[in-house]
Design a protein around this ligand. Structure first.
Ligand code: C5P
Length: 233
């Protein structure tokens, strides 16, 4: 898999999701399914979207004891998702177990990426609530290295961090970046944003784009604009 635009399908039901995706008659976008949609519709939504030809990033951010995560990952692997994720805070041991659980008998597996620190967690919350007394940038890079050492394929990060992650963990270590906005668009509740073209320049491997596409008057045109800026012609 190479550079691609992943549409965040932050919808509450399968019906809304299919109504949105039915507008795409010429392409089959890579889609992200998060907790809301998965918990509402269950594995059936994944099977249906796969049957319709979409690649899927299942964004469930697992974090539990290694044995539980291993077994849960084996289930997600059988669902044939293309990318899934977990919290690096679950430790290197948990991440290694996740890779084991995800690996199929023939040795293949979906890509597995880690969340380092959520972007909703700032320095103060990390220190006061989580009792982690180090600069947040260093914590993010340390967790990214842990993910690499555990055998994961990359991290979810801000496009602003993608260059640093590649410098520390290598160019082949994937950076999947939300927080993307068009230069002339509304940034909404995102604080630190980049355009698809800037994300490309800084070396993001995948961009995750929600509202700039899902809330656009013409979502297909917005998706095509994103692909054009990020992937090129
Ligand atoms: O609508 P928007 O483009 O902001 O959607 C971005 C998507 O990426 C949402 O599904 C959001 O939950 C997710 N995300 C994010 N920031 C993170 C991690 C995930 O915006 N740090």
């Amino acid at each position: 898999m190479g550079k691609d635009v992943i549409i965040a399908c932050d919808f509450a039901s399968a019906q809304e999701t299919f109504a949105f995706l039915d507008r795409f008659t010429e392409e089959k976008p890579f889609v992200k399914i998060g907790m809301e949609l998965f918990y509402a519709e269950g594995p059936a939504i994944v099977r249906e979207l796969k049957a319709r030809g979409h690649k899927i990033f299942l964004d469930l951010k697992l974090h539990d004891i290694p044995n539980t995560v291993k077994k849960a990952m084996a289930v997600l692997s059988r669902l044939d998702v293309d990318i899934t994720n977990l919290h690096a805070a679950g430790t290197v041991g948990m991440m290694r177990s996740a890779v084991e659980g995800l690996t199929r008998p023939d040795g293949t597996r979906p890509l597995l990426i880690a969340v380092t620190q959520l972007t909703s967690t700032d320095q103060a919350a990390m220190e006061e609530d989580l009792w982690i007394r180090a600069p947040i940038d260093e914590v993010v890079m340390h967790y990214a290295e842990n993910a690499k050492n555990a055998g994961l394929d990359g991290v979810v990060c801000s496009p602003l961090e993608a260059g640093k992650v590649h410098a520390r963990c290598g160019a082949a270590f994937l950076t999947v970046t939300p927080g993307v906005r068009f230069a002339d668009g509304d940034i909404g509740d995102q604080k630190r944003v980049m355009t698809p073209a800037e994300a490309k320049r800084i070396g993001s491997d995948y961009i995750v784009v929600g509202r700039p596409i899902t809330a656009a008057d013409d979502p297909v045109a917005a998706y095509r604009r994103c692909v054009k800026e990020f992937v090129g012609e």
